[in-house]
Design a protein. Structure first.
Ligand code: TMP
Ligand code: ZN
Length: 416
């Protein structure tokens, strides 16, 4: 929303292993920042766009963006609130229960990196654990504090970690949910984790899984905030380079498919669970250290775009009214890449108050509250928040009973 120019730099080395041998396999840009929703004034200004290209490292196979928009631009004020769905709070409640039961005893400290509006840490209430959130966006940190979750409004750096260790002691568990992939300086954040973790502590972090991204054509999850797209093998390399050790991997269904990774100090006696080797093996079988799966993915993404454009053009030609359902950041990657604009979608409904009344970056489609969708239901709704498909279909039974259809764009566009 701000007209301040973004700081941007292109790096030319892998953020896991430092190699400069990287291969570009998908070009989605130039694109505006996926969360840079515009107000009326912003519509009249020049919109900044940046390359949005995916690379794979030929040395360690880490998939990543090299076009880096500064973290201050992206994360100082944030439009994403974890609590917008019912799916995510339920997912977090089960993680909190697991940590309280398996990884801690009363009085231990749990630190969450990128704690957002405090939804996960609030689930620790009544466990006897001390919790601390670290969240760089002042607006979401404020919401967390209002719900009683102790929150430091800072980026998680080695300095932040040292400050916490000095003032509050070390953490038995450090959590990073959907945040490690957002960090350019991976070595810095791993050093911070290493420094803050107790000797027998566990670092538990969750990232979208590259295998799911490739298999389900989730290209729209690529945007400038997401710098890394992790598979288990490169994650293991990243941890080991900072004196940490991967001890377990669990696949999760949320956000289109994520992995929860468990790490300890490399000196720990804990033996890695069989799941670590099983995932490394799976990735080898899929050829993730070769170019083939990435080239095939890029072809499918183009096919997806052509299919979706045709589906929408046909519906328009038949006089159908179409709207968007959910205005997640990834929806903007999809709309901008496919060139789906305000002539195609009358509006997009979104439950996030902070997005309502604004326009989507690039395509300038108005975002309206859910009540407007109810009052002015389209014939077809393009489900941009496809990761909440079950929740949305459950909630919108009336729309469907009245003849309304959804287009679910991923993994290949289909009408439901
Ligand atoms: P996310 O996919 O990044 O979590 O964002 C989901 C977006 O979709 C968020 O802006 C809220 C919106 N949304 C709705 O508008 N209605 C819904 O029922 C759900 C589940 C999400
Ligand atoms: Zn590398």
């Amino acid at each position: 929303m701000s007209s301040k120019r973004a700081e941007y730099a292109k790096r030319n080395d892998c953020r896991v292993c430092g190699s400069d041998r990287l291969t570009r396999f998908l070009e989605l840009g130039p694109q505006p920042l996926a969360n840079a929703f515009l107000d009326e004034k912003g519509l009249k200004e020049d919109e900044e766009k940046f390359p949005l290209d995916l690379y794979v490292c030929d040395e360690c196979s880490h998939v990543q963006l090299l076009d880096v928009v500064s973290k201050e631009t992206l994360f100082s004020h944030y439009l994403y609130f974890s609590t917008v769905s019912t799916t995510i709070p339920a997912h977090f409640a089960s993680l909190a229960a697991e940590i309280a039961a398996r990884h801690t005893v009363r009085g231990d400290m749990v630190v969450e990196v990128g704690s957002n509006d405090g939804v996960l840490l609030s689930a620790f209430e009544g466990t006897g654990l001390r919790t601390l959130g670290v969240e760089p966006a002042s607006n979401v940190a404020k919401v967390a504090r209002q719900r009683g979750v102790a929150t430091m409004n800072r980026f998680f750096t080695p300095e932040t970690a040292a400050m916490i260790a000095r003032d509050l002691g070390k953490a038995k568990v450090i959590i990073g949910n959907n945040v490690i992939g957002h960090i350019d300086d991976l070595a810095g954040v791993m050093t911070a984790v290493k420094g803050l973790l107790t000797e027998d502590g566990v670092f538990i972090f969750e990232v979208p899984y590259l295998v799911d991204l490739l298999e389900k054509n989730e290209f729209d999850t690529v945007y400038h905030e997401h710098l890394s797209y992790f598979a288990v093998r490169p994650a293991q390399t990243m941890l080991e380079r900072s004196g940490l050790k991967l001890i377990d991997v669990k696949r999760q269904q949320v956000h289109g498919g994520t992995i929860r990774l468990y790490a300890t100090h490399i000196e720990s006696a804990t033996q890695p669970a069989p799941a670590v080797q099983e995932h490394v093996q799976l990735e080898e079988t899929l050829g993730l250290a070769t170019h083939a799966p990435y080239e095939a993915f890029a072809k499918r993404v183009q096919e997806l775009r052509d299919t979706l454009i045709k589906l929408i053009a046909d519906a328009k030609a038949n006089g159908k009214r179409i709207a968007g359902y959910g205005a997640p950041a990834k929806g903007n990657t999809l709309l901008n890449y496919c060139g789906i604009g305000a002539n195609d979608l009358d509006f997009i409904q979104d439950s996030t108050a902070a997005k309502q009344g604004l326009y989507t970056p690039g395509m300038h489609i108005p975002v309206v509250p859910p009540a407007d969708f109810q009052a002015n239901a389209p014939d077809i709704a393009l489900m941009l928040a496809w990761n909440y498909q079950e929740e949305i279909l459950g909630k919108e039974q009336a729309f469907r009973t009245n003849g309304g259809k959804f287009i679910v764009p991923i993994p290949m566009p289909r009408i439901v």
